[in-house]
Design a protein around this ligand. Sequence first.
Ligand SMILES: NC(=O)c1ccc[n+]([C@@H]2O[C@H](COP(=O)([O-])OP(=O)(O)OC[C@H]3O[C@@H](n4cnc5c(N)ncnc54)[C@H](OP(=O)(O)O)[C@@H]3O)[C@@H](O)[C@H]2O)c1
Length: 427
Amino acid sequence: METVRIGILGMGTVASGLAHIMALNQDIIQYRTGKILEIEKVLVKNLNKNRDVDLDRTRFTINVLEIIDNQNVDIVVELIGGIHPAFEYVRDALKNKKHVVTANKALIATHGEELENIALENGVRLMYEASVGGGIPIINTMINNLPANDFTEISGIVNGTTNYILTQMTERNLEFDQAIKEAQEMGFAEADPSSDVEGDDAAFKIAILSYIAFGQRIGLNEVPKEGIAHISREDIKYADELGYVIKLIASSQKRENEIELRVHPTFISKKHPLATVKNEFNAVLLKGNAVGEVMLYGKGAGAMPTGSAVLGDIIAIAKEKFGENKQPIHPSSTKYKIVNKGYSQYYIRMDVVDKPGVLGYISNIFGKNNISLASVVQRYKHDLVAPLVFITHEVERKNIDDALQEVRTYSNVLKIASIITVEKSII
Ligand SMILES: NC(=O)c1ccc[n+]([C@@H]2O[C@H](COP(=O)([O-])OP(=O)(O)OC[C@H]3O[C@@H](n4cnc5c(N)ncnc54)[C@H](OP(=O)(O)O)[C@@H]3O)[C@@H](O)[C@H]2O)c1
């Protein structure tokens, strides 16, 4: 039986999961691929660290050339994370005609185009299923199972950390700071959670998914993003009363010659399938013109789920070892304009002075800006302060910003506390 030799860059969370699954499911994998998969070498920073993997010490190295320049290595698996030196290692491995599998969303979202071109020039594969949605097979589903479709929309919950925090805030009435502390203690948030909480991680992922779905590269500066740090218990309480939950949604839609994508906290109807996606779970919704709507749900992170996705890519390469290499993404012939109109319903919460005429005055400003209101709620009055909550009908974000600029100048408005998108671009 032929042996496929793998060099792994890194032996942290995901790489350990990968090594465990390779050992656990060895027989099944051999049966399914007709090949033996073997770990040839592993690059680490610290050779003395104790590692929970069943690998001989001689397999470890601190010299990357022993992997990317090693005649015995067929597939390089990049699991060190970050952009440098991961970019240089992957680039050089591809140039040395090694297939590469990575879970690195930051790398693929920023350098995917260049690396894919190098892979094509060298007749090798670059695969990155685990870069989006951890164990959820979203990229390969689009490429291999739904290639008959023209995709029009892709959206979902692609960051487990923020979903865990928002779930805990909703179900246990926690403030953001408490929820994040707990998430760190449980291992669902990193010591520096800013990339998750500020929406960068989700922005990397929706940029990658948009490319797979629509065939056009998206620059990260073209993805408007808003994180969850400003979401308060009060917003969550109003959402609940109005029949919603708040989720961090990454969405991308194609319309004629435009693509609109963003990452933002969103009011999701409790009846919507995404509302049931809780804690560290992820879900992605796709819309194809033939298949209709498809939702994939599963664990968005963790050693075994992410290792499963990485190993799926390795097996795909091993099975075709090493057949015709074609660019799997069909580049779009239309050059889509990336727009940021924010056409949606909005939830707006503000504190106003509790006296007659104030609501009428504000409603009038909304009317002048072509904003019609779906509902107005006024509860929990304290002292002379009245919180006002508006849900608008669909309108462009610019109208909301123009109206609120005028509302802010009205002396009876004490504070505009929140503006949150209400589900619309979700299927
Ligand atoms: N963790 C998840 O659940 C998850 C989910 C989806 C995607 N990902 C992605 O998977 C990748 C790996 O994540 P992870 O959580 O497994 O990371 P991790 O636990 O921090 O492990 C990183 C590994 O890379 C090694 N390393 C780091 N920099 C290196 C360098 N310059 N030279 C040599 N070795 C280096 C470290 O070596 P030492 O052990 O010697 O320190 C460690 O073994 C990242 O791109 C991440 O975004 C992770």
